[in-house]
Design a protein around this ligand. Structure first.
Ligand code: KIV
Ligand code: ZN
Length: 519
């Protein structure tokens, strides 16, 4: 059978949880606007189910699920709920306006969770499942039930739980590998055994939800499909708690490329994968590792002489899928300082961006400035510039001016002018190096002391005139946020990335910038 076999029993539904499990990744918090951009990209790509958030978690999460539910045209939209009536009601309310809505409710089933977290007996858990799933079914027809920590649950008890959930009306049964503990053979066996023996199993779709703690999330998801699962839960770029969730792009391309041994298919438009990866990376301020399968910068780069020689003769010598099939285009020289608005708009469209009028004007101005300073402007430069622009919309603390003095073995000093809610102020501070001086000056200017968790700089393209893409992660009072910026000057990029992260701290804490100033 080939991968294109189009019968329902071979169709694998893609459940994307980038906006819920993905966003739980430290530092990956997204604003409402960013969530809507991600949801749009997922819907365009053909994702079947979008998990948009955990509505009871906060008003922000609730509003985001409502907004995604209203916006999405094709996919089913779901919200997560614990096995608690109030959670389920809130999730039902959040997806009420979706074209197709689902409530996703879960309860832990493993002995370790029952003993230490839930303090419940097995019989009590069965009663909870029956009651809460039935409650959800009274609100909506499409109900998913998940057995949290299923892979560390004794099989006989897991089967009792699944039977109770199906009896109560669950239409999808998810058996998560919550802690990333499973290995492929046993994972396949678990699905095969549960699906093959639980009374009523044929009435539900079974789903895999794998975490990547042992680097096996994608392998386990594919094994689950071999064992009978027909829904996989995954995230773009593998974003997620700890080591992340199974990566959507890897599952989809593995099924497509190896249809000879895995005769299943998805309805994902694979040429959207690279774009979705970029959008999620920019929205979550989470860089994609260079050698990440499918969407990493090096995923289709051939360095060794033997490989390059083979590629020139026939791309199939070293490529099992084409870059074009995942939406990666040759890096192209785009435009120079003489390019006009229409050409820039066209290029943005080709790269998958639609900007509102203000954002477009700002991006165009920045493109012009860049073209003045940099000989060649590539697609990657435009992507970095627009992602930077979109990611800093609404920033309340802005960089107005900066001067850095640095001497080998001597002083490193930064004078910075910041605009905080429109009011400008200047501060000078020293550090052990230029970047340290800049960050110290910003902290002094804003009056707060977040911890720097990560600082990284990367070239957007090659060459010494390449834009620097700076990434900063800050922690304050237990919250972790990320900031990005791209600029031809590394120090300015670093300052703007720091400020971008700082602005996110303000947004998330709902603090006033003046308050922050006062310390
Ligand atoms: O990993 C997990 O078990 C989950 C559930 C809430 C589905 O994310
Ligand atoms: Zn999870």
């Amino acid at each position: 059978m080939s991968a294109t076999t189009d019968t329902n029993k071979d169709r694998v539904f893609i459940f994307d949880t980038t906006l819920r499990d993905g966003e739980q990744s430290p530092g990956a918090t997204m604003t409402l606007e960013e969530k809507l951009q991600v949801a749009e990209a997922l819907d365009d790509m053909g994702v079947d189910i979008i998990e948009a958030g955990f509505p009871i978690a906060s008003n922000g999460d609730f509003e985001a699920v409502v907004a995604v539910a209203k916006q999405v045209k094709r996919a089913t939209v779901t919200g997560l709920a614990r096995a608690i009536t109030a959670d389920i009601d809130r999730a039902g309310e959040a997806v009420r306006l979706a074209q197709k809505g689902r409530i996703h409710t879960f309860v832990s089933t493993s002995p370790i969770h029952l003993a230490h977290q839930m303090k419940k007996t097995e019989d009590e858990v069965i009663e909870i499942i029956a009651r809460t799933v039935a409650h959800a079914r009274n609100l909506i027809d499409d109900v998913e039930w998940s057995a949290m920590d299923a892979t560390r649950t004794p099989l006989e008890f897991l089967k009792r739980c699944v039977e109770a959930a199906i009896k109560a009306g669950a239409t999808t049964i998810n058996l998560p590998d919550t802690v990333g503990y499973a290995v492929p053979d046993e994972h396949e066996k678990m699905f095969r055994e549960v699906i093959g023996s639980v009374p009523g199993a044929e009435k539900a779709i079974f789903s895999a939800h794998c975490h990547n703690d042992l680097g096996l999330a994608v392998a386990n998801s594919l094994a689950a499909v071999r064992g009978g699962a027909r829904q996989v839960e995954c995230t773009v770029n593998g974003l997620g708690e700890r080591a992340g969730n199974a990566a959507l792009e890897e599952i989809v391309m593995a099924l497509r490329t190896r249809g000879d041994v895995m005769p299943y298919h998805t309805e994902i438009e694979t040429t959207h994968l690279a774009r979705a990866s970029r959008i999620v990376s920019a929205a979550a301020n989470f860089p994609v590792q260079y050698n990440k399968a499918i969407v990493g910068k090096n995923a289709f780069a051939h360095e060794s002489g033997i490989h390059q020689d083979g590629m020139l003769k026939n791309a199939e010598t070293y490529e099992i899928m084409t870059p074009a099939s995942v939406g990666i285009k040759e890096t192209t020289l785009v435009m120079g300082k003489h390019s006009g608005r229409a050409a820039f708009k066209d290029k943005l469209r080709e790269l998958g961006y639609t900007l509102g009028d203000n954002a477009f004007q700002e991006a165009f101005q920045r493109f012009k400035d860049l073209a003045d300073r940099k000989k060649h402007v590539y697609d990657a430069d435009i992507v970095a510039l627009v992602d930077d622009e979109v990611g800093s919309v609404g920033d309340r603390i802005k960089l107005v001016d900066m001067e850095v003095v640095s001497k080998t073995g001597g002083v490193h000093k930064c004078t910075i002018v910041l605009s905080i809610d429109g009011a400008e102020s200047s501060v000078t501070y020293e550090g052990t190096g230029s970047v340290d001086a800049i960050f110290n000056a910003i902290k002094q200017g804003v009056g707060q002391e977040p911890n720097l968790v990560l600082y990284a700089v990367d070239g957007v393209t090659g060459g010494t005139d390449a834009q620097a893409s700076a990434h900063v992660r800050l922690e304050m009072n237990g919250r972790i946020v990320s900031g990005n910026a791209a600029e031809p000057d590394t120090l300015v990029a670093s300052a703007r990335a720091y400020l971008n992260a700082y602005n996110r701290l303000l947004i998330e804490r709902g603090a006033s910038a003046q308050g922050a100033m006062a310390g």
